[in-house]
Structure formats: structure tokens, C-alpha cells
Design a protein around this ligand. Structure first.
Ligand SMILES: *Cc1c(COP(=O)(O)O)cnc(C)c1O
Length: 383
């Protein structure tokens, strides 16, 4: 693959040369567990599919190229990817997470990793002084999310990477909401990027997958070791589906971002809507930082997620149950629009943590349907 190719081209060609044995234009699904060796220890680079598989290998090459990273490692889910990153730490290590972190990540650290001796603390990561002060008490890993879920708060990647570097902590970004098309954390000095590829990378709500990308050779080697030792791998068929999804990531993201921006502007004008959270709104707290770090081909793009608040929980639940095009469901990032109530759905596991979200909050994953149809659907649901 020649250097200097652009994102759209890499998505279609990186790791995806024609199949050497048949000329197949699309990377085949190598649905095999083992590989015949020509002599003991003499093989074509593949021995057993937990360790490596040609379809997964092609996917990992493409994911690394899209991230501008030296390495990418695929996992069976976003949580498997985050778990594997956590497993690079030793018992007693301390992890800082955002105070409105993805619910599953909070559950992983509070209910699973804490039992294995990892300490964790939620911090308001929009407050750099607070992060700096917490780091001074000792921190081994910072797990960032930007935009955050579901409030879409924006974290300053460059500033936080610097805080992490000063305190010797590994800085990891969960870039699921932005995708590498819109935001490339490694360019801001971050050490590793993690994804739930279930969302925008796959893009069609038909698979569950995760990945980590990094240019740190040692970290990559450790992650490959864990991928093989723990075994939370992505199978050949899901690797193939994800590779297929990646080909259209750029065109899909442009549509998601354009639609979400229009929906957010429209919501901001509706009388019953008390607040709209979208990084593209000039009134939004993180707008300035977002405009700098969320860009594609030099122009800002603010993502496909929008959340908004209504007068109370009853109204929020009623709207969630009244849309027709926006399907009521968890997850995000697919071509079809979704609506959900974070308090009772995606973020229900935060109950009792002191980090609960407002019960009047509604979250939208804006799909790539025509924005006028989506606005029409919200209009009938709000009235
Ligand atoms: C969905 C999600 C995850 C978890 O990924 P799975 O693929 O569901 O395991 C982690 N982080 C964020 C931000 C997510 O949206």
C-alpha cells in the first residue's frame, strides 16, 4: 500500500489486496480454525485462528491505517477491547475514568476489575485542574471519552495527553462516538485508541466487535499477547462484516454528522425542549475544543449523536415511545436512527453511583435517513 493515501482510499484498499490464490476482489472469510503446515513448524504465517486469521488480519491492517497507527488489534466486542487494555495493568494500578463514562465501562471497573485489584476513580475530565490534582496522587491509566455518552461533553485531547504524560500514565481514548474519520486521538499525543466497532465502524447494526489501535510497539505486543492468551477474539465472519462496513465509513459519517447537526438545530427551537446537547451548537460548552479536534479534511464535523432534555421523565418516556422512524433501542451508530432513555436503558447501571443521568434526558443516534423525514418524525412525537 503506497504511503500518503487518504482516508476514503485506505478504507477500501488497506489490507485488502486481491486474494493471491484466486484473485477475489474482496477479502474472503477464512472460516477455519487451523492451517496445514508443510513441515513441522513450517507454515504460511498462520497456525491457529485464535492467534491469527487472514480475514481478521486484513481488518486489523485496515483499522491501523485508518487510525494512522502502527498497530490495531481486533476483539470480540468493545468491552473485550477495554478489558484487554485494563489487563495490561498490574494489580494495585489506578485508572481514572470520566464521570459520565459509558455505563459498561463503569460496570467493568466497579464490578469486575476492582475485584482483581485495579483501583479506579471517576473524575470530571472537563476540569483539567481536577485531573491534574488526581494524577498527582498517582495514576497509571487515563481512559477518556469524547464526546462523552450521553451528555456529549468534549474533552481536550491535547491537554489531557499532556497531563497523562507528565504523570507517567498511559492515556487511552474511547473514540467510539467520533470514529477515526472525525477524530484521530493519536495526532494529539494520546497513547491508544479503543472502539466499540459495533457502532459506527460496523455501521449497520449487524455485528458486535471492538478494537484497540496504538503506535506504541510495546503496548501493541502486550495487547497481541492478551488477545491470544485471553482469547476475546473477533471471528472471521464478523471481521469480514466489519471490513465491509469500514469501506463506507467516511460517506456514512458525513451523512450522520450533517443529519445530527440539522436535528440539533431544530430541537433547539422547540418550546418543550429545555436543553440540547450537541457539540456543533455554538452555545455548547465544548464547541470551541470540538471545532479544533473533530475535523475531516480540515473542516469541523460534530458527530451523529444528539441528546436533549424535556420537562420531566414522563415526557421523555412518552417521546421515546412515540417516534416511528427513530427505533426505540440501545446502541448507536447504525444507518437507522435510534432513540432511547439513558436513565432507564443504557445508563441504568449507574443507579446508586452518584453519577446518574437526568431522567428527563433523551438520546438520539441520528441515522442516514433524510434529515427532513427525521425532523418530521420528532415533530409528531413531541406534539
Ligand atoms: C457500546 C460502547 C462500548 C461497549 O462496546 P460493545 O461493543 O457493546 O462491547 C464502549 N464504549 C462506548 C462509548 C460505547 O458506546
Amino acid at each position: 500500500m503506497p504511503d500518503g493515501m487518504r482516508f476514503e482510499t485506505l478504507a477500501i484498499h488497506a489490507g485488502q489486496d486481491p486474494d493471491p490464490t484466486t484473485g477475489a476482489a474482496v477479502v474472503p472469510i477464512y472460516q477455519t480454525s487451523t492451517y496445514v503446515q508443510q513441515a513441522v513448524g513450517k507454515h504460511k504465517g498462520f497456525e491457529y485462528s485464535r492467534t491469527d486469521n487472514p480475514t481478521r488480519h486484513a481488518l486489523e491492517t485496515c483499522l491501523g491505517a485508518l487510525e494512522g497507527a502502527g498497530h490495531a488489534v481486533a476483539f470480540g466486542s468493545g468491552m473485550a477491547a477495554i478489558t484487554s487494555l485494563a489487563m495490561t495493568l498490574e494489580a494495585g494500578a489506578r485508572v481514572l475514568i470520566p464521570d459520565d463514562v459509558y455505563g459498561g465501562t463503569y460496570r467493568l471497573f466497579s464490578k469486575v476489575m476492582s475485584r482483581l485489584g485495579l483501583r479506579f476513580d471517576p473524575v470530571d475530565m472537563t476540569d483539567l485542574a481536577a485531573v491534574e490534582a488526581t494524577c498527582q496522587e498517582g495514576a497509571d491509566m487515563l481512559v477518556l471519552e469524547t464526546p462523552t455518552n450521553p451528555m456529549l461533553k468534549i474533552l481536550d485531547l491535547g491537554a489531557l495527553a499532556e497531563v497523562g504524560r507528565r504523570s507517567g500514565a498511559l492515556v487511552v481514548v474511547d473514540n467510539t462516538f467520533a470514529t477515526p474519520y472525525v477524530q484521530r486521538p493519536l495526532d494529539f499525543g494520546v497513547d491508544a485508541v479503543v472502539y466499540s466497532a459495533t457502532k459506527y465502524l460496523g455501521g449497520h447494526s449487524d455485528l458486535v466487535a471492538g478494537s484497540v489501535a496504538t503506535s506504541d510497539d510495546q503496548l501493541a505486543e502486550r495487547l497481541r499477547f492478551l488477545q491470544n492468551s485471553v482469547g476475546a477474539i473477533l471471528g472471521p465472519f464478523d471481521s469480514w462484516l466489519l471490513l465491509r462496513g469500514l469501506k463506507t465509513l467516511a460517506v456514512r459519517m458525513r451523512a450522520h454528522c450533517g443529519g445530527a447537526h440539522r436535528v440539533a438545530l431544530w430541537l433547539a427551537d422547540q418550546p418543550g425542549v429545555t436543553a440540547v446537547h450537541y457539540p456543533g451548537l455554538e452555545s455548547f460548552a465544548g464547541h470551541g475544543v470540538a471545532a479544533k479536534q473533530m475535523t475531516a479534511s480540515g473542516a469541523p464535523l460534530y458527530g451523529g449523536m444528539v441528546s436533549f432534555e424535556l420537562e420531566d421523565e414522563q415526557r421523555a418516556l412518552a417521546v421515546c415511545e412515540s417516534t416511528r422512524l427513530f427505533f426505540l433501542g440501545e446502541s448507536l451508530g447504525g444507518v437507522e436512527s435510534l432513540i432511547e432513555h439513558p436513565g432507564k436503558m443504557t445508563h441504568a447501571s449507574l443507579e446508586g453511583s452518584g453519577m446518574e443521568v437526568s431522567s428527563a434526558l433523551v438520546r438520539l443516534s441520528v441515522g442516514i435517513e433524510h434529515p427532513d423525514d427525521l425532523i418530521g418524525d420528532l415533530d409528531q412525537a413531541l406534539s
